[in-house]
Ligand binder design. Structure first.
Ligand code: FAD
Length: 592
C-alpha cells in the first residue's frame, strides 16, 4: 500500500476525539489524566456543544429522596427501550450510574442540594420504584441547567489536565486502511480553510446527534450527524436509525425544549376542555409516562379535535399551580423560554406545546466499552482503533425509546468506560503510528475538491430544506407504510442532489458556505439510513409507531437494524438479551 504524500500538514496524537460535548470531554479527561496525548476537535467552542442545553437532569439511583436501587433503574430502562436495548450494556450503565454522578460531584459540578446536603433528585418520565409501582426521584439536577453545569465542569477539568483542544475544526472523514483499521481523520481548519491529517492510534467519534435533519427540532444547528456520515462513508453500518424520539413538550411553533423536569416538579398536560388527558391513557404514571407514549397521546388528542389554540394544533402545559417560588428556584430557564418563545408568563398561564424531534436512539454500533463493531453474520467484529460514544453511538442502552436523564448518564458512563478501555489497551498500541493509506486520504480530498471545483449545481439551503421537510412529513410521531415509501423515494432523489451541490463563494477564511455544504453530505447519510430502516420495520415498537402495523412483533422483530450506505443495504443482528450478572427481563406488554 502506498504511503500518503507528505503535502498535507499532519498532526500526531495517541488519541483523537472528535467532539467536545459531554461524551467527548468525559473520555478525553480520562485519557489526559492517564498521560496520553489527546486532541479534541470541535466545530464550536467546547462549552457550546449541545450538551450545554440539557435541562432536566442525569439519572442515577442515589436514593437521596425516595428508596431506589440500580436494578429498578435497569428494569425501567429495558422496559423504556421496548426490549430493543442490549441488557448487558443497560446493566453496566445503571450499575455504574451512582459512582459516575458522585465523581461529577467531586469534580465540582454544582448540583442542587437537599437540606441535608445530598444531591437534589426529581421524578422523571418512566423512572419508577419497585418495577413500575410508582414514580421515583432519580434525576439529579442543577436547576433546569444540568447540561450547562456538567459541560462547564468537564471543560475546566480538561483544561487542568492539559487536553489539547482544536476549536472550530471540522473532521471530514475517517482514515481507514485495507485491513479495516482506523488510523485517524482528515479535518478542516475553519479559520484558514486548510485541510490537515490527524494521525491517531485510536480515534473516538463523539459528534452528538443529528436532530437537524427535521424541520422542527429541539437540537442545536450544529447537530448535523457528521460522525455518522463519516462512519457510513467508511463502510460502517448505522444501527436502529428508525428510532427517533419526539419530546412531548417543544414550544409550539418554535421547537425550543421545555424540560420533562416541569412535569417532574408537578406540571400537567391539558387539552382544550381543560382535561388532564394523560390520566386516561396512563392511569399509574400519568404525565410521567415515557416520551414515545406521551407524544402519541398528545398527537391523538390533537387529531381528535381536542387540541388548544385557534387551530387546535397544540396542547397546554400547565405549571402555574407549582407557585412562583418553585418555578423561580427549580425552573428559571423555563420561565424565560416561556416569555421569549411563547409570550406567556408561566407563573400565571400554560405554555403551548407539541411533540418535537429531540433525540436519536440509533447510531454507530458499539459495545459497552465504546468499541465500534461490525456484524459478520455471526458475531460482532471490533473495528480496530475506533470508538463511538454519546448520542452518535448505539451501545445500545436506549433501544427503541430513551428515558429522560439516561442520555447525560450514557455520556458520562460510556465516555469514562471508553477512556479506561483505551488506556488499558494502550501498551499494545504503543508502537509507532501505522503507515497512512493513500486511497483513504485521497477519497476525502477528492470529495472536497469536487465540491470546490463545481460552480453550477444545487444550492445547499434549498436541498437542506427539502430534506428537513421530507423527514417531517414522512417520518413523524405516527408513520404509515405508504408515506414512508414516498419518503424513501424523496430522500433517495435528494441524495443525488446532494452529490451535485455547488456554492459560489470559494474564499478560504471562515467560509460557512463550504462548511454547510460538507454538513449536508453528512445529514443525507443520516436521513437515508433513517427512512430506509423505518420503511423496512413492519411493526410498532418504542418510537417507531406504524399505523399499518400497530402492535409489537416480538417473534420477528427483536433485532437491531443495520443500514449500509453503500448499496443502501439493510441487515439485522440479534439484541443482547443476556445481562452481565443478573437475571434478564423478558419482554412483556408495556403499560403505565
Ligand atoms: C434541548 C435539549 C435538552 C436535553 N436535556 C436532557 C436532559 O435533561 N437529560 C438527558 O439525559 N439528556 C438530555 N438531552 C439529550 C442530551 O443532552 C444529548 O443527547 C447529549 O448532550 C449529547 O451529547 P454528546 O456529547 O453526544 O454530543 P454534543 O453535546 O451534541 O456534542 C457534539 C460535539 O461534536 C462536535 N462535532 C460535531 N461534528 C463535528 C465535526 N465534524 N468535527 C469536529 N467536531 C464535531 C461538536 O462541535 C460538539 O462539540 C437534551 C437534549 C436537548 C437537545
Amino acid at each position: 500500500m502506498a504511503a500518503v504524500k507528505s503535502s498535507l500538514p499532519r498532526r500526531q496524537f495517541d488519541v483523537v476525539v472528535v467532539g467536545a460535548g459531554g461524551a467527548g470531554m468525559r473520555c478525553s479527561l480520562q485519557l489526559a489524566n492517564a498521560g496520553l496525548s489527546v486532541a479534541v476537535l470541535s466545530k464550536v467552542f467546547p462549552t457550546r456543544s449541545h450538551t450545554v442545553a440539557a435541562q432536566g437532569g442525569i439519572g442515577a439511583s442515589l436514593g437521596n429522596m425516595s428508596e431506589d436501587n440500580w436494578y429498578w433503574h435497569m428494569y425501567d430502562t429495558v422496559k423504556g427501550s421496548d426490549w430493543l436495548g442490549d441488557q448487558d450494556a443497560i446493566e453496566f450503565m445503571c450499575r455504574e450510574a451512582p459512582n459516575a454522578v458522585y465523581e461529577l460531584e467531586h469534580f465540582g459540578m454544582p448540583f442542587d442540594r437537599n437540606p441535608d446536603g445530598t444531591i437534589y433528585q426529581r421524578p422523571f418520565g418512566g423512572h419508577t420504584a419497585n418495577f413500575g409501582e410508582k414514580p421515583v426521584q432519580r434525576a439529579c439536577a442543577a436547576a433546569d441547567r444540568t447540561g450547562h453545569a456538567l459541560l462547564h465542569t468537564l471543560y475546566q477539568r480538561n483544561v487542568a489536565s492539559r487536553t489539547q483542544f482544536f476549536v472550530e475544526w471540522m473532521a471530514l472523514d475517517l482514515i481507514r486502511n485495507d485491513a479495516g483499521d482506523v488510523l485517524g481523520v482528515t479535518a478542516l481548519e475553519m479559520e484558514t480553510g486548510e485541510i490537515y491529517i490527524f494521525e491517531a492510534k485510536t480515534t473516538v467519534i463523539a459528534t452528538g446527534g443529528a436532530g437537524r435533519i427535521w424541520a422542527a427540532s429541539t437540537n442545536a444547528f450544529i447537530n448535523t450527524g457528521d460522525g455518522m456520515g463519516m462512519a457510513a462513508r467508511a463502510g460502517i453500518p448505522m444501527m436502529d436509525m428508525e428510532f427517533w424520539q419526539f419530546h412531548p413538550t417543544g414550544v409550539a411553533g418554535a421547537g425550543v425544549l421545555i424540560t420533562e423536569g416541569v412535569r417532574g416538579e408537578g406540571g400537567i398536560l391539558l387539552n382544550k376542555d381543560g382535561e388532564r388527558f394523560m390520566e386516561r391513557y396512563a392511569p399509574t404514571l400519568k404525565d410521567l409516562a415515557p416520551r414515545d407514549f406521551i407524544s402519541r397521546c398528545m398527537d391523538q388528542e390533537i387529531k381528535e379535535g381536542r387540541g388548544c389554540g385557534p387551530d387546535g394544533a397544540y396542547v397546554h402545559l400547565k405549571l402555574d399551580h407549582l407557585g412562583a417560588d418553585v418555578i423561580n428556584k427549580r425552573l428559571p430557564s423555563i420561565l424565560e423560554i416561556g416569555h421569549k418563545f411563547a409570550n406567556v408568563d408561566a407563573t400565571k398561564e400554560p405554555i403551548p406545546v407539541v411533540p418535537t424531534i429531540h433525540y436519536q436512539m440509533g447510531g454507530i454500533p458499539c459495545n459497552y466499552h465504546g468499541q465500534v463493531t461490525v456484524w459478520d453474520g455471526k458475531e460482532a467484529q471490533i473495528v480496530n482503533g475506533l470508538y463511538a460514544i454519546g448520542e452518535c453511538s448505539a451501545t445500545s442502552v436506549h433501544g427503541a425509546n430513551r428515558l429522560g436523564t439516561n442520555s447525560l448518564l450514557d455520556l458520562i458512563v460510556f465516555g469514562r468506560a471508553a477512556g479506561n478501555h483505551i488506556v488499558a489497551a494502550h501498551p499494545e498500541r504503543q508502537r509507532s503510528h501505522q503507515p497512512l493509506p493513500q486511497a483513504s486520504v485521497d477519497f476525502s480530498l477528492d470529495r472536497v475538491n469536487k465540491l470546490e471545483s463545481r460552480t453550477k449545481g444545487e444550492r445547499t439551503q434549498v436541498v437542506g430544506n427539502e430534506i428537513r421537510n421530507a423527514m417531517q412529513q414522512h417520518c413523524g410521531v405516527f408513520r404509515t407504510m405508504a408515506s414512508l415509501k414516498e419518503g424513501v423515494n424523496k430522500i433517495d432523489a435528494l441524495a443525488e442532489k446532494v452529490d451535485n451541490i455547488a456554492f459560489q463563494d470559494k474564499s478560504k477564511v471562515f467560509n460557512t458556505a463550504r462548511i454547510e455544504a460538507l454538513e449536508l453530505s453528512n445529514m443525507i447519510e443520516v436521513a437515508r439510513s433513517t427512512i430506509h430502516s423505518a420503511a423496512a420495520r413492519t411493526e410498532s415498537r418504542g418510537a417507531h409507531a406504524l399505523d399499518d402495523f400497530p402492535t409489537r412483533d416480538d417473534d420477528n422483530w427483536i433485532k437491531h437494524t443495520l443500514w449500509y450506505s453503500k448499496g443502501n443495504r439493510l441487515d439485522y443482528k440479534p439484541v443482547q438479551m443476556q445481562p452481565l450478572t443478573v437475571e434478564s427481563f423478558p419482554p412483556k406488554t408495556r403499560t403505565f
